[in-house]
Design a protein around this ligand. Sequence first.
Ligand SMILES: C[C@H](CNC(=O)c1ccc(S(N)(=O)=O)cc1)Cn1ccc2ccccc21
Ligand SMILES: [Zn+2]
Length: 260
Amino acid sequence: FCCSYRLRNALHPLWQSPLTIPGGSRQSPINIQWRDSVYDPVLKPLKISYDPTTCLHIWNNGYSFLVEFDDSADKSIIVGGPLENQYRLKQFHFHWGAINEWGSEHTVDSKFYPAELHLVHWNAVVYPTFEEAVMEGDGLAVIGVFLKLGAHHEGLQTLVDALPAIKHKDTVIEFDVFDPSCLLPPCPDYWTYAGSLTTPPLTESVTWIIKKQPIEVDENQLEAFRMLLFTSDGEEEKRMVDNFRPLQPLMNRTVRSSFQ
Ligand SMILES: C[C@H](CNC(=O)c1ccc(S(N)(=O)=O)cc1)Cn1ccc2ccccc21
Ligand SMILES: [Zn+2]
């Protein structure tokens, strides 16, 4: 069981580094088995307040495309939920598949979604920099939102329209105003568990907050993600698809739910 994970990780093209870090006991992503999640009445509602003017730029980092924010002050923050402190928004990015049958990093009852949004926040109350927070158990909080095939998503289209300009690795464009709240589903329900970054350095520093309700995007919008490239301008083109990490063992973790 466990060795199959290691084998699967070992063969995964994208993660040449030690897949589950040696001795890793809280790796991500995981399958969320709905009936095994435990309702925790102590969990508070998650409070999200983003300032759209803190948006800086959108860029292709060779793993995904990400929108980065000015995190030099407490302007775009989340608080509550499972969190002891407030956390500052640093960036958001996506993971997706070559086809609609898979693409998300987390699964629910072993079901993949075609894509998954990650809003990455760090604990600026306790740690002086993001880089330091990345190395600490309570350093990061990532909100995961599943994308499912359905209606056109107006808010996402603003991002989709910018993608042709960042087709190649290490290309970036200005992005002055964007409110990531438009990418959140209306339902407040979430699952939460202690996990890790899903790309190197895979540090076990993430409190995951996975929204139960997906957002809907249309086929053209998913196809736009798939026209991005892992490769730099001038290199042999490799389409940016299947940039999700294999599922990792739950080990002795419990997934809590904010809902019954
Ligand atoms: C981590 C950092 C780069 N990676 C991320 O910020 C990151 C954020 C979220 C996810 S996910 N998919 O889990 O939401 C994955 C990666 C660079 N960096 C900062 C310190 C540091 C030390 C060694 C190597 C790289 C380092
Ligand atoms: Zn991610």
